[in-house]
Structures are given as structure tokens and as C-alpha cells.
Design a protein around this ligand. Structure first.
Ligand code: NAP
Length: 310
């Protein structure tokens, strides 16, 4: 039996592995089908992580992984459920592309599976991801200085991304599938007051176009019925997030969007189960916060194991 099983090997999971390994805990990290790094590996250049300017997400996460080294054991697998009986967690997973099933036991579990950006699911989206298509203005906005960009979506994320980009870019087209925005009035007021944000409503994006890089979008104008286009150097997709919590929803308390309810100490409603990084309900989802959660949740887990508190 392991002292700790960490599910997910992004920034939060690897940070937890480092702290737990250094605390001499017996740790297993389960990474999804051999992919270390989850969302961050899709980021072109991470220039907001202190001390490592201009590394790609892939390079940075590899540095994290190297740093953990053999302080933890790593396996690939898709976790299907987590249950707890008499202070022992049982983690069920599928290995080898779903062909084999396995169960591991642990005293504590850290869920660090992150959240994935919902996709638009239109032609060009996958092809241009990292080459003009982005899901994070804070991460990639600086690369579009004085350029024209599209933000897709109508919720708070899309509005805050549009506002953020309006301070960097020449022009921001906020393209939404309905005539009315979903985001808060406070954000809407700021968006409509900004000189360089143009709201394009009733516009259903059909394709992200370009050759080597993004050159714009084509959309269906629901009012006129015509197909129209917008020229742009970047397309920021902000149509919601989807936390990866299906496997834990029977035991952990989730909020209405599926994020795990846990405070700054990463403690959940289940004793011995902790949530770290983007999967946790929190106001800011950034690399630095995920790394911080990884450290904090190990402290909470140590308190639980050694002193039986929390
Ligand atoms: P959201 O509120 O679910 O909004 C998603 C937006 O994307 C909606 O406008 C939706 O359109 C649109 N959309 C969804 N699927 C689409 C598709 N396939 N094609 C085109 N458009 C699509 O998500 P969110 O903006 O990420 O916000 C999530 C939660 O976090 C919300 O509670 C939000 O208030 C909160 N949040 C708060 C802040 C803050 O500063 N307080 C900042 C960001 C997020 P429809 O409107 O037509 O459904």
C-alpha cells in the first residue's frame, strides 16, 4: 500500500510528488496514458512563470518531471474510480489502452487531474492549436501585441479574456453564438466601453482558416443567413472548462460545474482525499497556483497521516 497516490502529472501533481518524495512518503503518480503535463503542454510559450521566461509548456513540464526524478513511482493509466473503506483508498484504473484493469491502495489520494478547455469542435481548431489558436489569453496574449484577434464565447471567461487582450492587441472581435452575452453586467459594461472590442453576436463559428498559421474565421450570421469572415492573427477560445472529476464524483463534493470543493489547504469533504490545481474550485487557474497547491496539499496530507489531524 502507498502512503500517497497522486492522480495527474501536471504542474500540481508533479509539485505534490516532489514535496511528498522529499518527505520520504511512498508515492505513486498515475498519469493519463503516459502524458505528463496535461493542459500546460499545449502552451506555446509560458512567459508568466517566474524565472523561466520563453520556455514552452512542454519544456517546462519536462523540467518539473526531471526534478521529481525517482522520488516517486510513475505509472500510466486512466483512473475510473476512487473509493474509501476503513481509512484505505482503493483506486481503480485501466492500463494499456483500457485492455487491463488494476487496483492500487493508498492511505491518501491527491486529485490533480486539472480541467480541460471545452473545444469549439470546428475545422482548423486542432490544426492551429499552438499556431494561432489558444485557450488562454494570460498565457499567450503577449504574442499578439498590436495584432487583431478573435475571442470566441459569451461567458465571464470570454469577456475577461477580451478585456485582457484589448490592452495588448490592436482589435478584439468578441464572437458569440447568441445575440446576448452570458457574462456579468460589470464585465459587459467594460467590454462595450472598450474602443477596440467589437461584439459580433448571433455568429456561429464554422471554421478557423489559415495556411501555416491562423488567418481568421468564417462564421454563420444567424440574422442575415450569410456566411461571413473576419481576418485575425489569433483565435482565443473561451467556451467554458470541463474539470476531470467523473471518476471521483461518487465520493468528493463537487460544485455545480464539477470542480472539487476544497479550501486553500486543499482538504476535501473526504478525510485523506485532497484536491490540487485546476481541478479545485478556485478563482485563478494558473501554473503558479497549481505548483503552490501541490506543496500545500502534501503538508495537509502529512498532517493527516502522521498526526491524524484534518
Ligand atoms: P460559461 O459561463 O459556461 O460560458 C461559456 C460560454 O461559451 C457561453 O457564452 C456559451 O454560450 C459559450 N459556448 C459554450 N459552448 C459553445 C460552443 N460549442 N460554441 C460556441 N459557444 C459556446 O463558462 P466560463 O465563461 O468559462 O465561466 C465559467 C464559470 O466561471 C462561470 O460561473 C463564470 O461566472 C465563472 N468565471 C468568473 C470570472 C470572474 O471574474 N468572476 C471569470 C471567469 C469565469 P451560451 O451563452 O449560448 O450558452
Amino acid at each position: 500500500m502507498y502512503d500517497m497516490v497522486i492522480i495527474g502529472s501536471g504542474a500540481a501533481g508533479l509539485s505534490a510528488a516532489l514535496y511528498a518524495g522529499r518527505a520520504r512518503l511512498n508515492v505513486l503518480v498515475i498519469e493519463k496514458m503516459g502524458v505528463t503535463g496535461s493542459q500546460i503542454i499545449y502552451t506555446d510559450k509560458v512567459d508568466n512563470y517566474l524565472g523561466f521566461p520563453l520556455l514552452s509548456g512542454y519544456e517546462l513540464i519536462n523540467k518539473f518531471r526531471e526534478h521529481v526524478g525517482d522520488l516517486a513511482e510513475f505509472i500510466s493509466g486512466d483512473v475510473t474510480s476512487v473509493s474509501k473503506k476503513e481509512d484505505i483508498f482503493k483506486i481503480q484504473l485501466k492500463e494499456n489502452g483500457g485492455r487491463d484493469k488494476r487496483e492500487v491502495k493508498a492511505k491518501t489520494v491527491i486529485v490533480a487531474t486539472g480541467a480541460i478547455h471545452r473545444k469549439l469542435k470546428v475545422p482548423g481548431e486542432e490544426k492551429f492549436t499552438g499556431r494561432g489558436v489558444s485557450y488562454c489569453a494570460t498565457c499567450d496574449g503577449a504574442f499578439y501585441k498590436s495584432k487583431d484577434v478573435v475571442v470566441a464565447g459569451g461567458g465571464d471567461t470570454a469577456l475577461s479574456e477580451a478585456l485582457y487582450l484589448s490592452n495588448i492587441c490592436n482589435k478584439v472581435y468578441l464572437v458569440h453564438r447568441r445575440g446576448q452575452l452570458r457574462g456579468s453586467k460589470a464585465y459587459q459594461d467594460k467590454v462595450f466601453a472598450a474602443d477596440n472590442i467589437e461584439f459580433v453576436g448571433n455568429a456561429v463559428i464554422g471554421e478557423i482558416i489559415g495556411d501555416e498559421r491562423v488567418e481568421g474565421i468564417e462564421y454563420h450570421d444567424k440574422v442575415s443567413g450569410y456566411t461571413k469572415s473576419i481576418s485575425a492573427d489569433g483565435v482565443f477560445i473561451a467556451v467554458g472548462m470541463q474539470p476531470e472529476t467523473d471518476f471521483v464524483k461518487e465520493v468528493a463534493e463537487l460544485d455545480e460545474y464539477g470542480y472539487i470543493e476544497a479550501g486553500e489547504d486543499c482538504v476535501t469533504n473526504v478525510r485523506g482525499l485532497f484536491a490540487a490545481g485546476d481541478v479545485r474550485k478556485k478563482p485563478l487557474r494558473q501554473l503558479a497556483c497549481a505548483v503552490s497547491d501541490g506543496a500545500v496539499c502534501v503538508k495537509s496530507a502529512e498532517d493527516y497521516i502522521s498526526r491524524n489531524i484534518l
